[in-house]
Design a protein around this ligand. Structure first.
Ligand code: SF4
Ligand code: SF4
Length: 355
C-alpha cells in the first residue's frame, strides 16, 4: 500500500519548482580598462583587487559543477589580464561555449592568446572614426578596432562586432549591419542605457545625455529595419526578443519575466555573484553550489521575475527561454554545435540562443 509519506513526496515532486539550470554566465573578470568611454561607469570606479589565476580556475570548476553552458568573459577589458590565454584554455575545456570581449584596443596584439575562445566580440559603435574615438575617449580607437577585427579574421577566429545603440548612432545601425555582415562578421546589438544603480554589482551604464535613447518612434523604426536586415545578414538579435522590445516601446510592459539568477547570472572580478550587474551581490562563487538550491535564492528569483529594471538584450534573450520546448531547442542546438566542435569546427555564433 502506498504510504502517506510516499504519497506526499510524490505530490511535492509534482508541484515543487525544480532548481533552475544556469545557461549563461557573464564574468567581469577585471575592472581595469584602458578606455574612457563616456557612457560607462567602470573606469570611474577606484581600482580593486581581482581574483588570481588559481582562484579563477577554482571558480570555473564551480561553474562547471553547476553545468553552466555559455560563459562570457568581460570587464573592464579582459585582455588586460596577462593570464587570459590560460583562463580561456581552461574554460574552453570545460564549457560548451566561451566568448570574450575586447574594446578593440588589444585583440590585434593578442590573437594567439585568443585562439582558445569560441568567439571574440569587439566593441565598435560607428563607422565614423572621429565619433568612435570621441565615444571611447581615446584617439585611434576606431583604427585599432578595425585592425583587431581584421587580425582575428585572418587568424580564423570567430569574431563578432558588439554595437551599443544610442542616439549618437541610431541612424547608422543599418549601414553598420550591412558593412560588417557583408564581410562575414556578425553583429550583436545592445541598447545604451544608464540604469546604473548604486547597490548594483557593476556600474556599466553612466548618464551621457547625448547618447540617451528617447525617440520611441525612431527605435520602433530601427527594430523593424533590423528585422528585415536579419534575413540577409548575421545579426544576433533573437526574433522573439525583437517582438518583445517592439511591444515594450509601444507601451506594453508585460512581455517577459526576468530570469536573473535562474537562466543567467553574473560574477565580478572578486568572484561575487549577482543575478545581473544591476542587482547587489548575493553569494560568492565558493558558496554558490549551496546557495543555488537555497530558499533565499528561490525568493530572489521570484523577486527578479517581476523586475522591469532594465532592457539589456542579453538578459532579455535568456529570460525568454521560458518553456520546455524552447529549452529543448536550445539543447539540440548545443548538441549540433558540440558535434561540430568535435570535428574541429568553430561556430559562427556568439551564443546558441541568438546565433
Ligand atoms: S565601455 Fe567597456 S571599453 Fe569602454 S570604458 Fe567601459 S569597460 Fe572600458
Ligand atoms: S530586469 Fe532582470 S536583469 Fe534587468 S535589472 Fe531587473 S533583475 Fe536585473
Amino acid at each position: 500500500m502506498l504510504s502517506l509519506r510516499k504519497f506526499l513526496n510524490g505530490l511535492s515532486c509534482l508541484f515543487s519548482r525544480p532548481t533552475p539550470h544556469p545557461l549563461h554566465v557573464q564574468w567581469f573578470i577585471t575592472s581595469k580598462c584602458n578606455y574612457r568611454c563616456r557612457y560607462c561607469g567602470v573606469w570611474r570606479q577606484p581600482p580593486t583587487r581581482e581574483l588570481g589565476l588559481e582562484e579563477v580556475k577554482r571558480g570555473l570548476d564551480i561553474l562547471r559543477e553547476l553545468k553552466v553552458v555559455e560563459l562570457v568573459f568581460t570587464g573592464g577589458n579582459p585582455l588586460l589580464r596577462s593570464d587570459l590565454a590560460e583562463i580561456l584554455k581552461y574554460a574552453c575545456e570545460r564549457f560548451p561555449l566561451v566568448s570574450v570581449y575586447d574594446n578593440g584596443s588589444l585583440a590585434w596584439r593578442r590573437v594567439k592568446d585568443l585562439k582558445y575562445a569560441d568567439v571574440v566580440c569587439v566593441s565598435l559603435n560607428t563607422l565614423n572614426p572621429s565619433l568612435q574615438d570621441w565615444m571611447n575617449g581615446v584617439q585611434g580607437a576606431f583604427q585599432s578596432a578595425v585592425k583587431s577585427i581584421e587580425a582575428l579574421k585572418a587568424e580564423g577566429i570567430s569574431v563578432a562586432v558588439d554595437v551599443t545603440v544610442s542616439r549618437l548612432n541610431l541612424n547608422e545601425i543599418p549601414s553598420i549591419i550591412e558593412f560588417f555582415g557583408s564581410r562575414d562578421v556578425s553583429v550583436i546589438l545592445s541598447l545604451y542605457t544608464d540604469f546604473s544603480q548604486p547597490e548594483g554589482l557593476i556600474t556599466i551604464g553612466y548618464p551621457e545625455p547625448s547618447a540617451a535613447l528617447e525617440d520611441r518612434e525612431a527605435l520602433l523604426s530601427l527594430l523593424s529595419q533590423v528585422r528585415s536586415l536579419k534575413k540577409a545578414y548575421p545579426v544576433h538579435f533573437d526574433d522573439e526578443a525583437l517582438q518583445v522590445l517592439q511591444r515594450y516601446f509601444e507601451g506594453c510592459l508585460n512581455g517577459w519575466r526576468c530570469k536573473a539568477l535562474s537562466s543567467f547570472f553574473v560574477v565580478d572580478q572578486l568572484g561575487k555573484v549577482s543575478g545581473c550587474h544591476l542587482t547587489p551581490p548575493v553569494a560568492s562563487l565558493q558558496s554558490l553550489p549551496e546557495a543555488w538550491k537555497s530558499e533565499a535564492f528561490r525568493k530572489l528569483r521570484g523577486k527578479y521575475a517581476g523586475c522591469k529594471g532594465c532592457l539589456y538584450l542579453c538578459y532579455l534573450a535568456y529570460s525568454l527561454l521560458d518553456s520546455p520546448g524552447k529549452l529543448a531547442a536550445y539543447s539540440l542546438r548545443y548538441e549540433a554545435y558540440r558535434v561540430r566542435r568535435l570535428f574541429g569546427g568553430k561556430p559562427r555564433i556568439t551564443n546558441a540562443f541568438m546565433g
